[in-house]
Design a binder for this molecule. Structure first.
Ligand code: ATP
Ligand code: MG
Length: 212
């Protein structure tokens, strides 16, 4: 079992959106996935309530129960556990980083997002965790995206797939779907599939991560 957390204390950067669509994409690639939701906002619990399929399983987990739940999941049939965290700096986020094999840090190409992930990044470094930035909600192409991408790749690993701002993401969430289910042939689905392939590859080279 491998664990991936979605972290950054900037609200609205796309943690929950990427978490559900990547979970669905990972399932479509043949993996078993469950999602732990640590955010009381409950975006993903609401998503699963609108969902007609039974997987991925979603459970709300408080910070004080995370270690117990993760210990139990270690011996479960899941290939991946995805952990969605709130958009505020709290002990839960640090806990999620601690139990993760990979931390994904979604970031919009805005100065506010670039500033906001710094405390998260400091915790990731302190806990010596593998991480990657994902540029999300980008315009299809712009100087700002290129400049942000260059800045992020100096700070650490940046996924080579940018997730463009597209209505499919918002509409899919509302329907309880991932974008690859909502509009399988659309560009948003294509980006999410390519991002999942990139993440899956990255997981293979993280030290101490055993094969699923
Ligand atoms: N690539 C995208 N294209 C279009 N809309 C997006 C995209 N990513 C996220 N959104 C929208 O942006 C909003 C915020 O996204 P989301 O809820 O995933 O952020 P979050 O980081 O989980 O926020 P919070 O910290 O409050 O939990 C949502 O309305 C979502 O539909
Ligand atoms: Mg969220």
């Amino acid at each position: 079992m491998k664990s991936i957390s979605f972290v950054t204390q900037k609200g609205g950067s796309g943690k929950s959106t990427l978490c559900v669509s990547l979970a669905v994409a990972a399932q479509e690639a043949g993996h078993t996935v469950c999602i732990l939701e640590m955010d009381r906002q409950a975006t993903i619990t609401e998503w699963v309530q609108s969902r007609t399929k039974e997987t991925p399983e979603v459970a709300q987990v408080s910070a004080d129960r995370l270690d117990t739940v993760m210990a139990r999941l270690k011996h479960s049939e899941y290939d991946y556990v995805f952990i969605d965290t709130p958009g505020v700096d709290n002990p839960g986020t640090t806990g999620a980083i601690r139990v993760s094999d990979l931390c994904l840090v979604p970031c919009r190409p805005t100065p506010a997002d670039l500033r906001a992930f710094k405390p998260t990044l400091a915790a990731i470094h302190r806990l010596e965790k593998a991480y990657a930035f994902v540029l999300n909600q980008t315009p299809p192409r712009s100087y700002r995206v290129r400049e942000t991408a260059e800045g992020l790749s100096v700070l650490g690993v940046l996924s080579d797939v940018n997730i463009v701002m597209r209505n499919d993401h918002q509409d899919a969430i509302g329907m309880g779907q991932g974008v690859t289910e909502f509009n399988p042939d659309g560009p948003a689905a294509d980006e999410i599939r390519r991002l999942w392939a990139w993440i899956e590859n990255k997981m293979k080279v993280i030290p101490n991560v055993k094969a699923a």
